[in-house]
Design a protein around this ligand. Structure first.
Ligand code: S6P
Ligand code: ZN
Length: 197
């Protein structure tokens, strides 16, 4: 027991009520559709979307603001139901710079698809929904896609020193796109890479 607390029971400083991360020291970031426009197949469709349309926002907690080994970061991502042509909105997607570092994702509200890809571009897709839990091994790039008509939010917890490597996937993206066909999300393979086991 910390003697300075003098036996007092403390009130927590972080909250996750109804899937919203709030409290002391939360950082917020967002990406517009325009800033991730290069990810989408239909370049004409991007031009029709207002430049300041938000694709997703992230509320994160970085303990001590640091990237100390041994610490854990925590974040909730809120993805809006935007489509670029027939392609569903997606996160930029990344490998961790420290390839050994894994991560957990879990579905909170709405529905989506998690795309996972190894360095040889082998890929697989998992459905995400409220209550689903996804272990992402350290060597896999990860990207989320909002396949619903409502806000899709998911949680993430990852090592503070993992780092984000966006560059490795920027050139060729993932080998799977998620496309709407008569209201149903379908996977479209864009090259002959294999299914990740
Ligand atoms: C961090 C974790 C998430 C993402 C967030 C946005 O390791 O995976 O917090 O940063 O979902 O995705 P992205 O690909 O733009 O960082
Ligand atoms: Zn990550």
């Amino acid at each position: 027991m910390n003697p300075e607390n003098n036996g007092k029971i403390l009130i927590p400083e972080l909250f996750l009520a109804k899937g919203r991360l709030t409290g002391k020291g939360i950082s917020y970031s967002s990406r517009t559709i325009a800033s991730i426009g290069s990810l989408f197949e239909d370049k004409n469709a991007i031009e029709k979307i207002p430049k300041d349309t938000i694709a997703y926002e992230v509320a994160s907690y970085f303990p001590d603001g640091s990237c100390s080994p041994g610490s854990l970061n925590f974040g909730i991502t809120y993805m809006y139901p935007v489509k670029v042509g027939r392609e569903y909105v997606m996160t930029k997607g990344h490998f961790h710079s420290n390839r050994a570092d894994a991560e957990y994702y879990w579905g909170i509200e709405g529905e989506g698809i998690l795309l996972l890809m190894d360095e040889e571009r082998n890929c697989r897709a998992e459905r995400v929904f409220p209550g689903s839990l996804h272990y992402i091994p350290g060597n896999l790039a990860h990207r989320m896609v909002n396949t619903g008509n409502v806000l899709f939010s998911f949680g993430a917890c990852w090592p503070s020193d993992a780092g984000h490597d966006y560059e490795s996937i920027e050139a060729n993206g993932f080998p799977i796109r998620v496309i709407e066909n008569n209201g149903i999300a379908e996977l479209k393979k864009t090259d002959d890479s294999l299914c990740l086991q």
